[in-house]
Design a protein around this ligand. Structure first.
Ligand SMILES: *Cc1c(COP(=O)(O)O)cnc(C)c1O
Length: 390
């Protein structure tokens, strides 16, 4: 065997995540590994929790990173809050809402769907109607930023409606945290989860979660034990909890947490509001460039996510070929459409560190050249050389 060290190519990550990771975060992750119960490490974990409270805008005591990717944060909320037979209202407007339903199914819950067209935000009136006809539902789940379509739902309004009907809320903020306003306490969100690799621009593999007292009460009143040992918050809290005595639960991913710490320090240095404003500003630049090429966004203007832009593929253009050329000739990654939107959209992420004017200009110029090249070569024999680069 003569397998050598792996040296990845240098890419610009403009897909649906991971986003570009700053060298400061990578440098932090290369620092010496110490024990996960070392007092120095425990002190760093407390800082991670405090900075996550800032990112979520919450004082929730139970705010911590689950040691696994965003999907595990999703599962943490569902396995702890859903019991067999529970009716759970799940709003679906893309892939990730569909996964929430899958979680409820597998836990023996009864999902009641509020279905919306892909590309639309969740309709608050539909949620209201559904809750009126299912008075025994006690939980509402929805995705704040649907990464599969680029649609932003009105989290504040949806939570208000859920509470009026005596329901707790589970909110997916994997793509929203750090990119658009998210105010957990002000909006009264009961359980929320996110991911490290989207607008927080850390490496993939950690899932910040936060639960308020109402959610914790509900977990304490469970009739059946939480069906996952690893994700059982009552156990995890003994490890991450505020008390001085930490009990071993699992070995925290020590160096990955150095990375999240550094990413959160950078967020704090920039300021949350400034980060939101930067995402908004660079979306406007992207939009101007994309529209100048004659291309269209699929989400209506007032519910677009600045960090995830779903752009319709122009007629007669091979979507996969565009992505392939961007990657091979520009080291630029963008995302494909998922599910119903496969082959029909490009998903262009401007998340976290990736959200910069430099990347907007790189993408717009590269896209322009690649589309021109494909249009130019269309109808010609494959043997002919490609058109000159712009
Ligand atoms: C990326 C994403 C997830 C899943 O996160 P992973 O880290 O890939 O497990 C869940 N929900 C949304 C909205 C996402 O964008």
């Amino acid at each position: 065997m003569s397998i050598r060290s792996f040296n990845p190519p240098m890419r610009t990550l403009m897909g649906p995540g991971p986003s570009d990771v700053h060298p400061r975060v990578l440098a932090a992750m290369a620092r010496p590994t110490i024990g996960h119960l070392d007092p120095a490490f425990v002190g760093m974990m407390d800082e991670v929790k405090a900075m996550l409270q800032y990112a979520f805008q919450t004082r929730n005591h139970l705010t911590m990173p689950v040691s696994a990717p965003g999907s595990a944060g999703m599962e943490t909320c569902f396995v702890n809050l859903v019991e067999p037979g529970d009716k759970v209202v799940v709003c679906v407007n893309g892939v990730f809402g569909g996964r929430m339903k899958e979680n409820v199914d597998r836990l023996g819950g009864v999902p009641i769907l509020v279905e919306n067209a892909w590309g639309d935000p969740v309709d608050p009136n539909k949620l209201e109607d559904t809750l009126r006809s299912h008075g025994d539902a006690r939980l509402v789940a929805f995705v704040h930023a649907e990464t599969s379509t680029g649609a932003r739902s009105d989290a504040k309004t949806l939570v208000e409606i859920a509470h009026r009907h005596d329901c707790l809320t589970i909110v997916d903020a994997v793509t929203s945290l750090g990119g658009i306003p998210m105010k957990v306490d002000e909006w009264g969100i009961d359980a929320i989860y996110s991911g490290s690799q989207k607008c927080l621009s850390c490496t993939p593999g950690l899932s910040p979660v936060s639960l308020n007292e109402r959610a914790i009460e509900k977990i304490k009143r469970r009739k059946s034990p939480v069906p996952s040992w690893f994700l059982d918050l009552t156990l995890v809290m003994g490890y991450w909890g505020g008390s001085n005595k930490r009990t071993y639960h699992h070995t925290a991913p020590v160096n990955a947490l150095y990375g999240l710490h550094e990413a959160l320090v950078m967020l704090q240095e920039e300021g949350l509001e400034n980060a939101w404003a930067r995402h908004e500003k660079n979306y406007h630049a992207l939009r101007a460039g994309v529209e100048a090429l004659g291309l269209k966004f699929i989400v209506r203007e007032d519910s677009r996510l600045p960090q995830l832009n779903a752009i319709a593929v122009p007629a007669n253009i091979d979507e996969a070929k565009v992505r392939q050329l961007l990657l091979s000739d520009y080291n630029l990654e963008i995302g494909a459409g998922l599910g119903a939107l496969a082959g029909r959209i490009f998903r262009v992420g401007l998340m976290g560190q990736t959200s910069s004017m430099k990347n907007v200009v790189l993408f717009v110029n590269a896209l322009k050249e690649v589309i021109a090249r494909l249009q130019h070569s269309a109808g010609r024999s494959a043997a002919e050389p490609p058109a000159l680069r712009a």
